[in-house]
Design a protein around this ligand. Structure first.
Ligand code: NBP
Length: 483
């Protein structure tokens, strides 16, 4: 081979193969490699036939075929497989070479790997990739973070192959060490929230309003023309009108027990770790957990009673508009919470995150792509130091406009016995966040009563004191025990 390859890609499953073909479309020479090397030959003979893609049958051969500094991207199963490949690559690479992990790795692993490789003179990048098979082939959302010295060498390739919105690439440098994978994780958490919100709207339409599937599909089609315009609303429209061979809606034949691979859970865990109330994503993970208790639910449905009727007896069209507004307001809260988590992680790890840039990276190519992310990008452009999306003029006005409908939907769903965990938690968050005073004074008093945990007085914040509430306790406060 005369021409050296621009980049190597390890991992010839659905993501790797499609990203290679995407890179080839953009004029880059890619060297393909896979643990099971027969897949290299199969790929070259079939999918990559007639392209400039080359293959390697060993890591040594792959490394010898690359331009320097070498760029090696992995798209393999997250976890041990990534560490195993890194261990094999390190002795073959030279100072300044770049290793990119495009899998769904946990951000702590990326932090560790960035440091370990930096110590060896290699540049490690953890790059979140979103958009599934089609995104990888025609333009994914890419969220690279890690060792910034790698970025000038990666930017031309990654921005060329990423999705574009109004000509702007949905890919930019995110930040140090695990920042790219952290942002990808929050993206996935938000995806869980968006999906659950849509499911709650569907549940209300199906149960409270008894709409047909074609009518529901039409409603989602209409919603997709306005402020809810998004990929997930669009596919929901298609799913609802899809008929099985017998002419019945396929969606109703699917067992109502949701699976999950863990990235929503990771977001909820990070939220708990950093003390950020990301309640909507948390509820969306728990809603999947509750759905998976199918057999218990079936039994409980015969034993536990709810309201006599789950049917809404008012104006259906008006209630549909209430649902649309409840969905929009809840979605604003979800993204506000997601960005709160990003801000806290940035503080924790010293990352300088560009929030408007992150909104742009999610604006196209990925599962949560929507017109709404353009509004978020504009909000951070207007005010890069914005502390909370809810405080931006555009989103504040939107929530004010929607809140009457939102309250009607949550109250009506509670009255009809239809669960709306994410609509409800979003509203509870909104009311908590806008409250000058919350009942946490009583929590502090209770903690001090039973555990001498001390409290601050409103009049002297920062000064902790203990009260002997019963006259039987002492005046010594707890110092290490926390409840
Ligand atoms: P998979 O996640 O199914 O991984 C398949 C690849 O991992 C194959 O190349 C396989 O090699 C390799 N592999 C496995 Br499995 N175990 C290995 C091990 N112990 N050592 C070395 N290699 C190993 O592929 P994918 O769905 O294309 O996803 C690739 C990455 O991208 C994953 O991290 C995934 O989470 C992430 N991702 C996927 C999507 C999506 O929609 N699928 C979207 C976004 C991100 P083999 O051929 O020899 O078994």
């Amino acid at each position: 081979m005369s021409e050296k390859a621009d980049i190597a890609l390890i991992g010839l499953a659905v993501m790797g193969q499609n990203l290679i073909l995407n890179m080839d479309d953009h004029g880059f020479v890619v060297c393909a490699y896979n643990r099971t090397t027969e897949k290299v030959d199969q790929f070259l003979a079939k999918e990559a036939k007639g392209t400039k893609v080359v293959g390697a049958h060993s890591l040594q051969e792959m490394v010898s075929m690359l331009k320097k500094p070498r760029r090696v991207m992995m798209l393999v199963k997250a976890g041990q497989a990534v560490d195993d490949f890194i261990a094999k690559l390190v002795p073959l690479l030279e100072k300044g070479d770049i290793v990119i992990d495009g899998g769904n790795s946990e951000y702590h692993d990326t932090q560790r790997r960035t440091k370990e490789l930096r110590d060896k003179g290699l540049l490690f990048v953890g790059c979140g990739v979103s958009g599934g098979e089609e995104g990888a082939r025609y333009g994914p959302s890419l969220m690279p973070g890690g060792n910034k010295d790698a970025w000038p060498h990666l930017k031309p390739i990654l921005q060329a192959v990423s999705a574009k919105v109004d000509g702007e690439p949905c890919c930019d440098w995110v930040g140090e060490d695990g920042a790219g994978h952290f942002v990808k994780m929050v993206h996935n958490g938000i995806e869980y929230g968006d999906m659950q919100l849509i499911c709650e709207a569907y549940h209300l339409m199906r149960t409270a309003l008894s709409l047909s599937h074609d009518r529901m599909s039409q409603v989602f089609e209409d919603w997709n023309k306005g402020e809810l315009d998004s990929f997930l609303i669009e596919i929901t429209k298609d799913i609802l009108k899809f008929k099985d061979a017998d002419g019945k809606p396929l969606v109703e034949k699917i067992r109502d027990s949701a699976g999950q691979k863990g990235t929503g859970k990771w977001t909820a865990i990070a939220a708990l770790d950093y003390g950020v109330p990301v309640t909507l994503i948390g509820e969306s993970v728990f809603a999947r957990c509750l759905s998976s208790l199918k057999e218990e639910r079936v039994h409980a449905s015969t034993v536990l009673k709810g309201p006599a009727s789950s049917v809404y007896d008012g104006d259906k069209d008006q209630f549909l508009e209430h649902i649309r507004q409840a969905l929009y307001a809840s979605k604003i809260v979800s993204y506000a919470q997601g960005f709160m988590l990003l801000r806290e992680a940035a503080k924790e790890f010293g990352w300088k995150l560009n929030y408007g840039g992150i909104a742009l990276m999610w604006r196209g190519g990925c599962i949560i792509r929507s017109a709404f992310l353009g509004n978020i990008k504009s909000a951070f452009e207007r005010n890069p130091g914005l502390s909370n999306l809810l405080l931006d003029d555009f989103f504040r006005a939107a929530v004010h406009r929607c809140q009457e409908s939102w309250r009607t939907v949550v109250a009506t769903a509670a009255r009809l016995g239809i669960p709306t965990p994410c609509f409800s938690t979003a509203l509870a968050f909104y009311d908590g966040y806008r409250s000058h005073s919350l009942p946490a004074n009583l929590i502090q008093a209770q903690r001090d009563y039973f555990g001498a945990h001390t409290y601050e007085l409103v009049s002297s914040p920062g000064r902790f004191q203990h009260t002997n509430w019963t006259g039987r306790g002492g005046n010594v406060s707890a110092s290490t025990y926390q409840a």
